[in-house]
Design a protein around this ligand. Structure first.
Ligand code: MG
Length: 213
């Protein structure tokens, strides 16, 4: 059974890695500004680098390079994530990463955290030529995993619009990684499962899968 999974803030703690980089590079007092400017990774990297260069001085391209390297360097393998992915595979699920971003950056994160050896593969928006929530990236990922998109498959992620909205529109069941947030009001879709963290959401998906057998 297909288990599509988001990367940032679902399988890796991108938020913590960014904060750690921000604090080590610019000091604790600047973390708040840097976190706001980052918009949880949704600000374009080039725009963020330009904002940082404008505030602290320096060359935008140099800042962008440092930012990207810093994000990877501050990630580490997470044994709980490794365990839940191993358990998912044992339960007959095929974990496959679907992420928006550049190929070089997202692959560096996958390798740094050892996730490259724990998932069946990955589809990255830059390489696919299309990003979440577009249905086509889910189709490309399913084809790469060798499994047809169907209502028995899952999409798990922390973005209400990109992961849950996109997965729902692609005909998948969905699990949302809430990270302490409430589900946004006014959306036409809802996740089947909500977990506080990526690990919790994946645990619930495994339980659902095992329970249906
Ligand atoms: Mg995410």
């Amino acid at each position: 059974m297909l288990l599509l999974v988001d990367l940032d803030n679902t399988l890796v703690d991108r938020r913590a890695a960014y904060k750690a980089w921000a604090e080590s590079r610019f000091g604790e007092s600047e973390v708040r500004w840097l976190v706001e400017a980052d918009r949880d990774g949704y600000e374009r990297r080039e725009t963020l680098a330009a904002m940082i260069a404008a505030r602290y001085g320096g060359d935008e391209r140099q800042v962008l390079t440092e930012l990207r390297a810093g994000m990877v360097a501050n990630l580490a393998p997470d044994p709980q994530v490794a365990q839940v992915l191993t358990d998912a595979t044992a339960a007959g699920l095929v974990p496959f990463v679907v992420t928006n971003g550049t190929v070089a950056q997202q692959e560096a994160k996958l390798r740094r955290t050892g996730l490259d050896r724990l998932v069946a593969g990955w589809t990255i928006s830059e390489g696919a030529g299309v990003g979440k929530p577009d249905r086509r990236i889910f189709e490309i990922a399913a084809a790469a995993a060798g499994i047809r998109l169907s209502e028995t498959g899952w999409m798990v992620g922390d973005s209400a619009e990109k992961d849950i909205g996109g997965g729902h529109a692609a005909g998948l069941r969905t699990a949302w990684v809430a990270l302490g947030r409430d589900w946004p009001p006014g959306l036409a879709y809802r996740p089947e499962i909500t977990g506080r963290t990526g690990v919790a959401a994946l645990r619930a998906v495994i339980q659902d899968t095992v329970g249906r057998e």
